[in-house]
Design a protein around this ligand. Structure first.
Ligand SMILES: Nc1ncnc2c1ncn2[C@@H]1O[C@H](COP(=O)(O)OP(=O)(O)O)[C@@H](O)[C@H]1O
Ligand SMILES: CC(=O)OP(=O)(O)O
Ligand SMILES: [Mg+2]
Length: 401
């Protein structure tokens, strides 16, 4: 009987899953089988899996995440059922959990007490935490014997100095645990491994990793550890995103509530779901759609300009925190695939010595800067699922559980 680790990665616009062979040493980076439901809250959700191109999938519009999870569960069941000859069984399920709060800075085996702790963080990551926890809870109920492990987006940032963690609120807020956590840490943990392998000392120096997906953040690393990051207390901070505002003057929130009389719930909806690229363009949260129409669409143009400006500004801030810049690495859906956005960001960073090789950028090559560029610019596909599986496999007794 071969033991498998099933990884579930609940993002804001997608749920990704992957099956890894738990016994393989070292754990291969390519899973035995993987797939994702993409565009969950958009008009055209799709499902794709290893060897099968994405195609439209119908999701219950009232509960799209719930429906997407059910679809994945069904596909996994069908797939394992059809491979009876292979004698595979799922020995553990490992989850990307976005928020681990101050308590969890390492992966943890999940039980009822851990689940209760993680539920307390739902208000800090309402787009992500409930869906990972929904999957965990239903498995705890139906398969209490099955080990489950939570791996946290916040954990990689435990190396942040206090000056990066602190919010300029009254001191008692810090004592109550209101602080900047940082997110996308599983992606940054993978990038620390992959960039060091591919780029050696350049990656170990002063590096910025730009995780540009549906959610987006930057991480300033020195010695492959997080020293500064743009997402903070919640997944709303920092860069402008597909539907999230990013860093915002808190006075604007007060104004929306006090003068324009939006309720707390309405403001939350605006900031998480109706802002960012979608909010400004009025048409799409996906830069591909906006790039296709920007010639004749002023709002698409404005959305892209602000999106790029925020990345450039925050890169400048992180370069200051790092005391200079040796490497800039792009990853996640947009970072890996959108050469146009990368080119615009790099043009804005010419003052730091960034010089783009246009042909390498168009080809999504691993190095997209010129040989003379003072900053090496890289494109590296992230692999959060492998980090999650590797962490889960390291938890003692898991494969035997
Ligand atoms: N082949 C592609 N070409 C250009 N952009 C892409 C491609 N694939 C994904 N993207 C972009 O990546 C975004 C989603 O990124 P992803 O990292 O998968 O997000 P999340 O994990 O938050 O769901 C989409 O909004 C889309 O703009
Ligand atoms: C934390 C976060 O924003 O994650 P994602 O990019 O997967 O939405
Ligand atoms: Mg993601």
């Amino acid at each position: 009987m071969n033991d498998l680790i099933l990884v579930l990665n609940c993002g804001s616009s997608s749920i990704k899953f992957a099956l890894f062979d738990a016994a393989a040493q070292p754990l291969p980076r390519t899973p035995l089988w993987n797939g994702k439901v993409d565009g969950i809250t958009g008009p055209r959700p799709t499902f794709g899996e290893t060897g099968v191109a994405p195609s439209p999938v119908a999701l219950d519009a009232a509960q799209p995440y719930h429906a997407a999870l059910a679809h994945i569960r069904e596909r996994v069941r069908a797939r394992l059922g059809s491979r009876a000859d292979m004698q595979y069984r799922i020995a553990a399920v490992a989850h990307r959990v976005v928020h681990g709060g101050a308590k969890y800075s390492a992966p943890v085996r999940i039980d009822a007490a851990v689940l209760a702790d993680l539920k307390a963080y739902i208000p800090l990551a309402p787009l992500h935490q409930p869906f990972a926890l929904e999957a965990i809870e239903s498995l705890l109920a139906s398969r209490p014997d099955l080990p489950q492990v939570a791996c946290f987006d916040t954990a990689f940032h435990h190396t942040l100095p206090d000056v990066e963690k602190m919010l300029p609120l009254p001191w008692s807020a810090w004592e109550r645990g209101l602080r900047r956590y940082g997110f996308h840490g599983l992606s940054y943990a993978y990038m620390a491994v992959a960039l060091a392998e591919r780029h050696g000392d350049a990656a170990r120096g002063r590096a910025i990793v730009a995780h540009l997906g549906s959610g987006a953040s930057l991480c300033g690393m020195r010695g492959l550890e997080s020293v500064s990051t743009t997402m903070g207390f919640s997944a709303l901070d920092g860069l402008m995103m597909g539907t999230r505002c990013g860093a915002l003057d808190p006075g604007a929130v007060l104004y929306l509530m006090e003068i324009e009389k939006l309720t707390l719930e309405q403001v939350g909806h605006v900031l998480y779901h109706e802002s960012g690229l979608l909010g400004i363009s009025g048409t799409s949260s996906d830069p591909r759609d906006l790039l296709a129409v920007e010639g004749g669409d002023e709002r698409a143009r404005a959305a892209l300009a602000l999106y790029v400006r925020r990345i450039v500004r925050e890169c400048g801030a992180l370069a200051a925190a790092l005391g200079g810049l040796d490497m800039l690495a792009f990853t996640a859906g947009i970072g890996e695939h959108n050469a146009d956005i990368r080119a615009r960001v790099c043009a804005g960073l010419a003052f730091l010595g960034v010089e783009l090789d246009a042909a390498a950028n168009a080809a999504h090559a691993p190095v997209i800067s010129t040989p003379g560029s003072r900053v090496r610019v890289a494109v590296e596909p992230t692999n959060e699922e492998w980090i999650v599986a590797r962490n889960a496999a390291c938890i003692a007794g898991l494969a035997a559980g």
